[in-house]
Structures are given as structure tokens and as C-alpha cells.
Design a binder for this molecule. Structure first.
Ligand SMILES: [Zn+2]
Ligand SMILES: [Zn+2]
Ligand SMILES: [Zn+2]
Length: 131
């Protein structure tokens, strides 16, 4: 991936697996630790490039803000999100791949992307509610 702009390479150093960040949060982190941090608008643009290159995936919670997460190139996964404490469970892999392929065939529909995050109560929060 040497064709990536240097801003993308820079950003990749600040992303960690299993961590979901908005462009602003990422920009803030880079700005605090380096004077060479790309501007916020460059950060947005670079994240879109990384998205296209499938090095990050986008994650949308219900506040409508787009967030980003580092993934192994070409992979993506989904999340369980606790509505009470905000805990996020990262699934191992895309769990709907077979269903997706079936409905794509059934409807002659070329699926390009999908968004699926599941909201509910985590293990700990269910225990509290049960009492
Ligand atoms: Zn919880
Ligand atoms: Zn994740
Ligand atoms: Zn998926």
C-alpha cells in the first residue's frame, strides 16, 4: 500500500484495533502528540481513502456521527452496543455474509455495503436490571 498518501500512513499509526474513533477524536489525538498532525479536513479526506482501501471500516451509532475503526485489510465486523453503559462488543467477523449473498442473488441486487450495529443491554447491565 505504498500508493497511500503520507497523511494516511500517518493516521494509521494512531489507530488501534478494537477502537472506534470519530475523525475529530482522531485529529485531537494526533494533534496532541505530534506537530506534524494533518489538519482536520485532511484527516476526514484521508479516512475516506482508508475506507476505500478497506483498511478502516466505518461505524455508525445512533447519533449519526460517522466513526472509524482499524481493520485487517478487506475485513469488517459488527458490534453489540450496550444502551446503558456504552460497552461495545466487537464481533469476530461479518455475521450476515451468507444471508447477504442469498438476498443479493434473489433480488439481482449488487450489494456494495451494509451497516449493522445492534443495540441492547450487556451482560452486566442485564444482571442489574433483573434484581
Ligand atoms: Zn452495559
Ligand atoms: Zn469493532
Ligand atoms: Zn457485515
Amino acid at each position: 500500500m505504498n500508493k497511500l498518501p503520507s497523511s494516511c500512513k500517518f493516521i494509521l499509526q494512531f489507530l488501534k484495533y478494537n477502537e472506534i474513533l470519530s475523525a475529530q477524536e482522531l485529529h485531537e489525538r494526533m494533534r496532541l502528540s505530534s506537530s506534524k498532525a494533518p489538519s482536520l479536513s485532511t484527516t476526514y479526506r484521508s479516512l475516506e481513502i482508508l475506507l476505500k482501501e478497506k483498511q478502516v471500516q466505518s461505524v455508525e451509532f445512533r447519533d449519526g456521527e460517522k466513526r472509524f475503526e482499524l481493520v485487517k485489510i478487506g475485513e469488517h465486523h459488527h458490534h453489540l452496543i450496550c444502551e446503558t453503559c456504552g460497552t461495545i462488543v466487537h464481533m469476530e467477523e461479518c455475521s450476515i455474509i451468507h444471508w447477504k449473498n442469498r438476498i443479493s442473488e434473489e433480488h439481482g441486487f449488487l450489494l456494495k455495503q451494509h451497516v449493522m450495529e445492534m443495540f441492547g443491554l450487556c451482560n452486566l447491565c442485564t444482571t442489574v436490571t433483573d434484581q
